[in-house]
Design a protein around this ligand. Structure first.
Ligand code: NAG
Ligand code: NAG
Ligand code: NAG
Ligand code: NAG
Ligand code: NAG
Ligand code: NAG
Ligand code: NAG
Ligand code: NAG
Ligand code: NAG
Ligand code: NAG
Ligand code: NAG
Ligand code: NAG
Length: 639
């Protein structure tokens, strides 16, 4: 019996007892039981537990280099991206230039070849769905995606894919479900994942893989979090939030309670370099500060490690041993190794702490009052019950880099939503010089404007942070980005725009950024960040719109769009190999590269019309939130 005995029988006495225990075999799960996927390898469900340490005890390592894990993985992955790029340039032409011939000529030196990254912004369910549409467009497995005018194969050609907040829910849905296609996530039978018609407050449909009713759902949430607390770890509302998200995102019984993020690194397909490397971003909140500013530390969770390249902490620990009591960068000899802390749901919950407040709205539902009481009971046991933070107890970077780390004397590390520093696109891991990324496809579903469209705020934040290259930017460089008024006035947020095309005009080595802002094609995809549920029609409409955003309506808006994407991919590689770009690329760059023009006059309210006129008539008008709510949670509206 893995369930915790710590839940008081008073609390649970009235609940049904026919509850599937974690790990129970579920016949509906049969296809997943045999498929390769992230692994249910946590030793005791959600409760972190002692495990024997490996022969060389885990330590904090300096962030001066990439991990040996990533370096050796890259050798395999870069080879795989080469063949994927050859497929991609089979249907994406660049004038009459022989791109496949070029790739073949440099096949023995993969570092000469393009190194592609994808970044999916935050913005709650809107970002999850719009981001999913873009990923669907980039995935060669999607129907029609590998035909002329489409962009299938870009995902397979990528080395990295980063997500934060709502974007991290997308990454979790893909990676914890066996590198699932988006179409599969959309078509799961009732009761399985991505059933957003049920709000997260109600829990999953009964039936399907979860076999839960609301009572069991809340009981499970409570039990998981109480188990962690009972084992001596500080828990926060983010623990409940992460567990709740897991039921919506992970197609495994009990909301995939024993799936860890680090298990991604243990799957054969990932080890063989068959997928891009997923990166989830969260921010640190400086001790004693409520505002998460541009000087807060940006952390990443990758399949092997958790840590940061920022000059504050400047270190990484093995993710599998998160929860172990590190001190001054090593694990004292009287401390055991801990595993199971890096629950996949807790990782995506951490990246999205701004939304953990959703769960506090339970009293607005029609759920029976005994359930509200169960929930209130857990909340009162949490130290920071209404705080939008994730508590990492113990702080793995305790007494590490005392001189530079503001967190060195903190026994608990507070992490918050990856977009709280306004860098709402997870570019940070992709602009680290050690990673040598050439081009980033930056999908932005932020709600910056009155009607929840992006206006470049996320890019501005990353650009400004990079200007402090000797400080918090720590050697990163980023293309020049104009102010938000310019984005709106020049329409840089209504269609894809390239930044940093001219590499000689940069302050250091930086990727070319292909900015892909959410905009309306067949659907008004600007749903409110507060909208907690979408029926399947709206969900699929926004995903399709995201597909059209990325492909410019399957190239009907610009017959040369996919060629231009090809030019963006090849640009830095051609510079390294001294190759001249084909003529069509110059036309593309004239059309898509921001050329330095600025118009900072204040624009009118931004209200784009659907590009695909025939569907404009049926457009759903954006929901306008009451000003009182909007003022109270201003931060929400930006993300
Ligand atoms: C990562 O690298 C370390 C040291 O090289 C190795 O011990 C460990 O097994 C690797 N982790 C994975 C998941 O491959
Ligand atoms: C990658 O490809 C190169 C060139 O074909 C080959 O020499 C090398 O062994 C490959 N590496 C891996 C890890 O597959
Ligand atoms: C971060 O910046 C704020 C505002 O400039 C400043 O008050 C604070 O001390 C800084 N925090 C750290 C840890 O550098
Ligand atoms: C290990 O030793 C330190 C210092 O004496 C102590 O604070 C800590 O509680 C010990 N840990 C365990 C697991 O006993
Ligand atoms: C729900 O309402 C009850 C009764 O008014 C209150 O005690 C509890 O704190 C509320 N719960 C939340 C999460 O607001
Ligand atoms: C870091 O600070 C702690 C507490 O002040 C101290 O015990 C420890 O020796 C320091 N570590 C280093 C490497 O200076
Ligand atoms: C851009 O977005 C920010 C919030 O991210 C907002 O404060 C600003 O007013 C917006 N400006 C324009 C021109 O939309
Ligand atoms: C740059 O970063 C350093 C260290 O983080 C900080 O002291 C300094 O105030 C920052 N400068 C600017 C202009 O933000
Ligand atoms: C774009 O292609 C997708 C996938 O084939 C299709 O579902 C959609 O209807 C197309 N949209 C337009 C505007 O052609
Ligand atoms: C695409 O580019 C070619 C070559 O530069 C040009 O001749 C053609 O007119 C362009 N097509 C469109 C639809 O813009
Ligand atoms: C070129 O660099 C200058 C100085 O950083 C900057 O002001 C300008 O906007 C850049 N131009 C482009 C097109 O990025
Ligand atoms: C390029 C650069 O400035 N790197 C610095 C990043 O931060 C670490 C830790 O403070 C420094 O040692 C590096 O020199």
């Amino acid at each position: 019996m893995k369930t915790s005995a710590l839940i008081s029988s008073v609390t649970l006495g009235f609940l049904p007892n026919a509850i599937a225990a974690p790990g129970d075999f579920n016949p509906n799960d049969i296809t997943f039981a045999v498929a390769q996927r992230a692994l249910p390898d946590a030793p005791d469900g959600y409760t972190p537990s002692n495990v024997s340490c490996p022969a060389s005890r885990p330590t904090v390592r300096s962030a001066a280099n990439l991990s040996t894990n990533e370096t050796s993985w890259l050798e395999g992955r870069r080879n795989k991206t080469l063949s994927a790029m050859k497929d991609f340039f089979g249907h994406v032409t660049v004038g009459d230039y022989d791109v496949v011939g070029y790739l073949n000529n440099h096949a023995n030196n993969v570092s000469a070849l393009p190194n592609v990254g994808i970044a999916v912004s935050g913005g709650g369910y809107r970002a999850l769905m719009n981001g999913a549409g873009a990923v669907k467009a980039f995935d060669s497995r999607s129907e029609n995606a590998s035909t002329s005018g489409h962009l299938g194969g870009l995902l397979q050609s990528s080395t990295y894919i980063a997500g934060l907040s709502g974007g991290s829910w997308l990454l979790g849905s893909i990676y914890i479900n066996n590198f699932s296609t988006i179409a599969n996530l959309q078509t799961h039978k009732s009761g399985a994942v991505w059933q957003f018609g049920n709000s997260i407050l109600e829990g999953p449909d009964t039936g399907g893989i979860q076999l839960l009713d609301s009572a069991t759902y809340y009981k499970d949430l409570a039990e998981a979090v109480n188990g962690k607390r009972g084992a001596g770890y500080d828990a926060s509302i983010t623990d409940i939030w992460g567990r709740a998200l897991s039921y919506q995102m992970f197609n495994a019984s009990n909301g995939g309670i024993d799936y860890t993020w680090s298990s991604i690194a243990d799957t054969t397909d990932f080890q063989d370099g068959n997928y891009p490397m997923p990166l989830v971003v969260a921010d640190g909140r400086n001790p004693g500060e409520r505002v998460v500013g541009s000087n807060s530390t940006v952390y990443e969770f990758n399949p092997w490690e958790f840590g940061t390249f920022d000059p504050t902490v400047f270190g990484f620990i093995p993710l599998k041993y998160l929860g172990s009591r590190f001190e001054g960068g090593s694990l004292p000899s009287n401390e055991t190794c801990i595993s199971g802390y890096d629950s996949a749901g807790f990782i995506i919950g951490t990246s999205s702490t701004l939304f953990n407040q959703f769960i506090l709205q339970i009293n607005t539902t029609s759920l029976p009052s005994f359930l509200k009481n169960v929930f209130t009971d857990i909340l009162t046991k949490l130290d920071k019950s209404d705080d939008d933070i994730a508590s990492y107890d113990p702080n793995p970077f305790y007494q590490y880099n005392n001189d530079t780390s503001p967190y060195a004397q903190q026994e608990i590390l507070d992490l918050v939503d990856g977009g709280e520093d306004l860098q709402n696109i997870p570019l940070h891991p992709l602009i680290q010089p050690e990673r040598h990324v050439d081009v980033i496809f930056a999908v932005d579903s932020s709600a910056d404007t009155t009607y929840y469209w992006p206006n470049g705020t996320a890019l501005v934040a990353t650009y400004e942070r990079s200007l402090n290259s000797t400080g918090i930017g720590n050697g990163t460089a980023f293309p020049s980005i104009p102010d938000q008024n310019t984005f709106v006035n020049l329409g840089l947020n209504t269609r894809p725009t390239f930044f940093g095309c001219d590499s000689s005009n940069l302050t250091g080595t930086a990727p070319l950024v292909v900015y892909i802002p959410n905009s309306p094609y067949s659907t008004q995809s600007n749903i409110s960040t507060f909208q907690l549920s979408t029926d399947d029609n709206q969900r699929d409409g926004i995903i399709l719109n995201g597909y059209e955003v990325a492909t410019m309506a399957n190239s009907t808006r610009d017959g040369n769009w996919t060629s231009c994407v090809g030019c963006a991919i090849l640009s830095r590689s051609f510079e390294r190999t001294g190759t001249t770009l084909p003529d069509i690329c110059n036309q593309c760059f004239d059309r898509y590269c921001w050329n330095g023009t600025v118009n900072s006059t204040e624009p009118n309210v931004y209200e784009p019309v659907n590009y695909l006129a025939e569907s404009a008539a049926s457009a759903i008008l954006p929901t306008i939130v009451s000003t009182a709510v909007a003022a109270g949670v201003a931060m929400f509206t930006m993300l």
